[in-house]
Ligand binder design. Sequence first.
Ligand SMILES: Cc1cc2nc3c(=O)[nH]c(=O)nc-3n(C[C@H](O)[C@H](O)[C@H](O)COP(=O)(O)OP(=O)(O)OC[C@H]3O[C@@H](n4cnc5c(N)ncnc54)[C@H](O)[C@@H]3O)c2cc1C
Length: 500
Amino acid sequence: MGICFGDGGENWPGPKCRRGVTGTGKGYPLRQRCFVAQDSMVCGMKIKTDVVIVGCGVSGLYLALQLPKHLDITIITKSDMKSSDSFLAQGGICVMKDEADYESYFEDTMRAGHYENRAESVDIMLRTSSQVIDTLIGYRVDFEREADGSLKYTREGAHSRPRILFHQDITGEEITSKLLMQVQRLSNVRLLEYTSMIDIVEQDNCCQGILCVHTGASLPGNGGAGDTDASYEQVEIEAAYTVLASGGIGGIYRHSTNFRHLTGDALAICKRHGVRLQDVDYVQIHPTTFYSNVPGRRFLISESVRGEGAVLYNAKGERFVNELLPRDVVTKAVREQMEKDNTEYVMLSMEHIDKEDILGHFPNIYKRCMEEGYDVTREPIPVVPAQHYFMGGIYVDSDSKTTMERLYAVGETSCNGVHGANRLASNSLLESMVFAGRAAQHIQRQQAALEASAQYAAARRKTAPEVEAVKDEESYRALADTYKAMIWDEIERMRAERKK
Ligand SMILES: Cc1cc2nc3c(=O)[nH]c(=O)nc-3n(C[C@H](O)[C@H](O)[C@H](O)COP(=O)(O)OP(=O)(O)OC[C@H]3O[C@@H](n4cnc5c(N)ncnc54)[C@H](O)[C@@H]3O)c2cc1C
């Protein structure tokens, strides 16, 4: 299998991309670069593939890399390939340092999660953590090192000891860009940008792929302007296995650190198809994001800044909380303080951190605050809580299988119970990759079914009228609004149920 590259406004399959593609049909316009496996099957507006992965953050990319190379894999992303929350992760990635760290790491994770975590999932994550880190290092991910060359660990709120690996304050970018680079080398993977899943295709509680549309770059959060190539034509991706790796729900909130296009579509789609969801009301608010009253994504001031000694001050310049307590506890204290002081923010000071450490460990935060007019080496900055992470999601078992056959969910959109009611800092990148790896192994074990998939009959669609109606930007936005409303309803319903 080889790779065929197409870019910049070419039609796909177009003249340069047709080599090796079987079947003919209408072009599928792609503005950005795509990777097309030569013996993939493209018929009209239908793509046939072994595994379709919805999302190209760490969970989707890691999964693609762990699947056997003889499988044909299609990854889609709603935006460009670098606009995922995975690229935004600052603080780092946890690892169980050694066997002696097991009990303490386990307890820290459970305590932060209010002991509502699934203990089995936490155990799996801890015991697989060093394997994931070794794999990442194998992909040339560069973690900070001590002078003797050993890995350097930092600490964040609610961790009882340093066990977090990091790369400056852009750990997510370092990891995700290296994963992306590895995926780009694979000839069995095609990656379609600006392609949004609008539904799954199912038959008798068995997932047979997805429906998607090419939205172009002009949608909010998609990073582009002056889009010319959105087709909104529906494309069916028929797949033996479907993996939802579509991230969190921050885009439905007014204030969030997440990309705006992450609106939890996969959850709404699962809800509609009767796939079990769990703890949808468990949403983490980050206590310290840079205060701004301009609409849009909030800039995170990572937990590790507090881990390294930054302190919070009220309007009188007094400390009011232990900054290393779990996020939900610090958030509550900040909100109460804002109410007492009648302010829209509290102040965060890095006065106790050496200037060299700030510039060395947090260069991105330093630069971004400078752009906002604050020199963090000399003065405190205004911070406010904002939506940050989603602990709930699509219920999955320890192999990342949902309650629908051949449908998996990994990363932030899934709920395997690792985080319980509240996530411990820097556990999510790790959890995403550990359970993406397990999904890949499980899919691999279903080899017989995969082979059978080559013959399966055309899937019977079970689509709602609004999905059938999607044909342009207006109808797409109407569907997106319906999905957002469904998630809010579910959050409210679960909150009400919990109060009973
Ligand atoms: C500012 C910030 C800092 C963070 N810092 C840390 C940290 O230090 N350590 C840590 O462990 N975690 C951190 N996190 C959390 C962590 O980054 C995420 O939980 C993790 O990256 C999620 O990965 P993912 O693969 O599940 O989703 P994402 O990386 O969010 O990727 C989601 C993908 O799904 C695609 N998608 C969504 N909907 C659709 C659709 N309908 N159709 C097609 N594609 C779709 C998106 O385009 C995207 O490609 C941070 C998060 C933020 C926002």
